[in-house]
Design a protein around this ligand. Structure first.
Ligand SMILES: C[S@@+](CC[C@H](N)C(=O)[O-])C[C@H]1O[C@@H](n2cnc3c(N)ncnc32)[C@H](O)[C@@H]1O
Length: 423
């Protein structure tokens, strides 16, 4: 499952993001059987399965002016459905290769499963295993002549991806989206990295931007800097935050997370070791920019602290945040993982969770359920989940049912903080 830019930050209304349309990449990748011919690519209507209209305008533009079938390497970026990867494989030159990079760990694994034969045959590389390889590293190493992606709606995400792709050297980028989500500012962002930027012919309600001839002086990779003011074990503190690419909330502290930390701080300060078991292992599930992980590392200096996220930008941001605060010590760990898959059952004393709630603008309860189940699995009996949700949503029963008895720890107009003890 991937961090979605179309998930609304806690308390905010959702926005849509063409780049990561769905969180369910792992389970719902369609099969490759009917990759379209060029006639299908020109079709304006979306059939069931197969590339959608935006994929098709990307592929048509790449075929017409990007050298889709030229010898060399085609880089596919964040292909949640696998359809761009399938079509690029289909159209590659006989000695051409495809590299498909995804920000999401779950999508990476799903693409690997779907395209195992092509990987074994040496036509396709899907980078990233337990550790994410950055898109910049992959672009620099594979030197593609062509890169294909859907336009992220968040400009910070687009800028980061574009700078990363430009590390390939002489590369043409074809980035498509729904016309209603496209803005002039996207051209400006591309123009900061490439000297030529133009729009393709439209296909139905979709269109692509073509960016070619990267500037000679490539801009540095953008990293957002921010700070959070909070109290750590009774001492007023300032934490540095780092936000990379499309990470949730950028380098800004999410207001829901701050409310959770205020309540947790009161609890930890009031807690005496004689009345409670020590916290030896604490986890921040879905660590984003690393705010909660950094608090745990600062407040629990003797605990093993794990920040984990499915999103490679979040993993890089959490690492950078720990580093910026001097909290990157031996027993702090940051992993790229979906729903703590690599964490042992009943191994954690404390788990913090500020989950995604939205799929586009719609509330999607299933996003939270899988994360609550992961929390219930890795908490030891007596271990505690601390959870924040938008106050207008109702989660108490769900948390109680999946984890254990619930206490409300804080509530304001926007957010509610609950804790649940694992039974
Ligand atoms: C609302 S953000 C919270 C980020 C951060 N903890 C904060 O408080 O600012 C939710 C995070 O959960 C991550 N996420 C969503 N589903 C996940 C999953 N199944 N496994 C791991 N991380 C996930 C997203 O990538 C995102 O970074």
């Amino acid at each position: 499952m991937t961090q979605k830019h179309d998930e609304a930050p806690s308390g905010a209304s959702g926005t849509t993001d063409a780049s990561r349309p769905d969180d369910s990449g792992a389970a719902e990748l369609s099969t490759r059987a009917d990759a379209p011919g060029i006639t299908d690519i020109a079709s304006t209507s979306d059939g069931p399965g197969g590339p959608d209209q935006t994929d098709r305008v990307i592929l048509r533009t790449a075929a017409e002016e990007g050298g889709l079938d030229r010898p060399g390497t085609v880089l596919v970026v964040d292909d949640v459905t696998g359809e761009l990867t399938a079509a690029a494989l289909d159209r590659r030159a006989s000695d051409g290769a495809v590299v498909s990079w995804s920000v999401s760990h779950a999508t990476t694994l799903a693409l690997r499963a779907r395209f195992s034969e092509e990987i074994t045959a040496g036509h396709l590389e899907i980078p990233g295993g337990d550790h994410p390889a950055s898109l910049a590293e992959i672009a620099a190493a594979s030197r593609p002549h062509l890169a294909l992606m859907r336009l992220p709606k968040a400009l910070a995400d687009l800028e980061h991806r574009t700078v990363e792709i430009s590390r390939a050297g002489q590369v043409t980028l074809v980035a498509g989206g729904r016309v209603k989500h496209m803005t002039r500012t996207q051209n400006v962002v591309l123009g900061g990295v490439f000297t030529e930027v133009r729009a393709s012919r439209g296909l139905g309600k979709s269109r692509a931007l073509v960016a070619a001839a990267p500037r000679e002086e490539p801009p540095p990779l953008p990293v957002g800097h921010g700070i959070a003011h909070l109290t750590v074990r009774g001492t007023a503190s300032t934490l540095q935050l780092r936000g990379i690419g499309g990470v949730f909330s950028g380098a800004t502290a999410d207001a829901g997370s701050l409310l959770l930390l205020e309540a947790l701080e009161r609890h930890l300060v009031g807690r005496t070791e004689t009345e409670a078991a020590p916290i030896a292992r604490a986890i921040d599930l879905g660590s984003g920019n690393g705010l909660l992980t950094a608090y745990l590392a600062a407040a629990l200096p003797n605990a093993h602290v794990l920040g984990s996220d499915d999103d490679a930008d979040a993993v890089a941001s959490t690492r950078a945040t720990l580093d910026a605060n001097g909290l990157d010590r031996e027993d702090t760990e940051v992993t790229w993982d979906e729903s703590l898959f690599r964490v042992a059952d009943r191994s954690a004393d404390l788990l913090l969770l500020n989950p995604p709630f939205h799929d586009g603008t719609a509330v999607d309860a299933t996003l939270v359920q899988g994360l609550l189940d992961a929390a219930a699995r890795v908490l030891r009996p007596g271990g505690e989940l601390w959870f924040v949700h938008n106050s207008h949503l109702r989660y108490r029963t769900e948390v109680e049912h999946r984890v254990g008895p619930v206490r409300q720890r804080a509530r304001d107009r926007r957010f509610t903080v609950l804790s649940a003890e694992r039974v």
